[in-house]
Write a protein that binds this ligand. Sequence first.
Ligand code: 3PG
Length: 373
Amino acid sequence: MSRVINSQKILSKNRQSIIGKNILVRVDFNVSLEKEKIFDSYRIESSKETLNFLKPAKRIILISHLDDPKNREPKYSFKKLIPQIEKILKTKIGFLENFNLPIKEKISLFENLRFWPGEKNCDWNFAKKLASLGEIFINEAFSASHRKHTSIYLLPKLLPTFYGLNFEKEINLLNKVLKTKKSLALILGGAKISTKLPLIKRFLRKANLIFLAGGLANTYLKAQGFEIGESLIEKEIINEIKKIKSGKILVPFDFHNQNLENKFLGEINQNDIIYDVGPESLKMLFTELKKYNTIVWNGPLGYIENQNFEKGTWLLTKFLLTLKNKFILIGGGDTLAFLQKKGVLKKFKNISTGGGAMLDYLSNPRNFIGLKW
Ligand code: 3PG
């Protein structure tokens, strides 16, 4: 069952309400940084449409978290990122370091919300302080909306609230997957199978094929008793994975190890580390994918942090771009960052900014925090 956004909460139908008002907008500017440079700007870019729509407002105050700091360290501050964000959004942005500063600019970005413990603790006092910054609240942070945090969960209870244009678009895309009666393939990569297990369990009924790669496949293969050497696995969850048996689950059977040798399952020895999916498994995957109308992909197929092991993920990307007349939905922070680095992200039509949020929504839309108000 999918969730439908209440039409009264749709921003585009409520333009009158924002005219001349101070609008508090929860965005997700939790971007990856490389040497203090924003590496994946897609999440920031995806708030553009809403910010344009809000032009008739008096002021716009953006709020977001950045990473997960333990302390108020300067490296986690939004302050130094303002010039880069201005460039991406092509507009002037003021910086609000705390609550008692006068708001001067038309658009301002508040300091990293997680500098205040009240953000993650879901604290009403912090919520009230944040709410005092605006008269209307907009959630344009789909990718953070699986978190039961103050800015996601409590603010809608204090201020009249609408969903951002991109939030609405993403929910509609994910609903399309949930509602599809057509054949469906799910490709899941990344490091941890535990974060994707609820989705795997739910989609064992719904999908026709679930292809696991990366750390997910390693853990799955280990649970099936295969030798995978020193490859990354999640030991704690092996017993639970052993219980999952389905002909719908497909895993790679050849790999690239740390020395870039191509090895088949059975040839892997104790010292090997699986870092990428091999060519024969990809061939099998591509033949399979041609059969399905809907394809959902979340998570890289290999250890893409190292260029030597991005080949599988890149070949899959190029293959998906050749497919016509299929609904292909791609999500997950690492996956999007990779596609952006390769300059092909915008060639895909259906993108979810969500990593955890996309997984959460697809596995249990009724309990999605960002829609619970
Ligand atoms: C994300 O990157 O998935 C969201 O911004 C949520 O971030 P978090 O995992 O640090 O809560």
